[in-house]
Design a protein around this ligand. Structure first.
Ligand SMILES: Cc1cc2nc3c(=O)[nH]c(=O)nc-3n(C[C@H](O)[C@H](O)[C@H](O)COP(=O)(O)O)c2cc1C
Length: 192
């Protein structure tokens, strides 16, 4: 690994969807970001994932047809402002990329490994967007676990939403956050 990649990894931070600006992502950059996302370890080369992009008007339309509507169904006493907030969730970013884990039936490779590969897609998309200078965050929020939203975005029962990567523009550079000390999570196996 070149020093510049490790320096980037040691410093990179997510910018929350709440604080990013909803500037558009160029088509050229989006192609680079998604291509990086697909370049992940994938046992058996099964491509057990799907990518759904929300860009431009589709962010608002999906919010109105699904996020706001479903939120109101689940919370009948929700205020109008709360429903509008839900409708506008995707408008917090220029682009929202949904990554779906979509396992492929296989007699040797466990579904768990396919789901891990899908998480790697999310992480690669996140890292690539951040490396290009965009604000980006990987989130799930309530709608990743909602059956109606999941049905709209997936094709079969084993499909699960791995996350939504919000990509926009940084207003401010994010501050560092506390990271675990190596000694707390790392051990060297030396039982010999
Ligand atoms: C699978 C997954 C789901 C997440 N869902 C949320 C979420 O719904 N809301 C949230 O605020 N952060 C969520 N996070 C956390 C943020 O993506 C991120 O970890 C946090 O903003 C700090 O990021 P950084 O360590 O990249 O700077 C999730 C992280 C992962 C890995």
């Amino acid at each position: 690994m070149s020093k510049s990649v490790s320096n980037f990894l040691l410093k990179r931070r997510s910018v929350t969807a709440k604080t990013m600006l909803a500037s558009d992502v160029t088509n050229e950059d989006l192609d680079i970001i998604i291509s990086s996302g697909l370049r992940v370890p994938d046992h058996g080369a099964l491509s057990p994932w799907k990518i759904i992009v929300f860009k431009g008007k589709s962010r608002e339309t999906f919010g109105k047809l699904f996020l706001g509507k479903r939120f109101k169904e689940l919370n009948p006493s929700a205020s109008k402002d709360d429903v509008i907030y839900e409708e506008k969730r995707f408008l917090r970013a220029g682009v929202v990329v949904c990554v779906v884990s979509s396992p492929v039936p296989h007699n040797k490779i466990p579904i768990w490994e396919m789901q891990l590969s899908s998480a790697a897609v999310c992480q690669n998309i996140l890292l690539c967007a951040q490396s290009l200078g965009y604000a980006a965050q990987w989130i799930t929020e309530w709608y990743s676990y909602d059956e109606v939203i999941t049905q709209e975005l997936t094709n079969n029962n084993d499909d699960r939403i791995s996350g939504f990567i919000y990509i926009g523009k940084k207003e401010n550079e994010p501050k560092e956050r506390i990271r675990p000390e190596l000694s707390k999570v790392v051990s060297y196996w030396e039982k010999f």
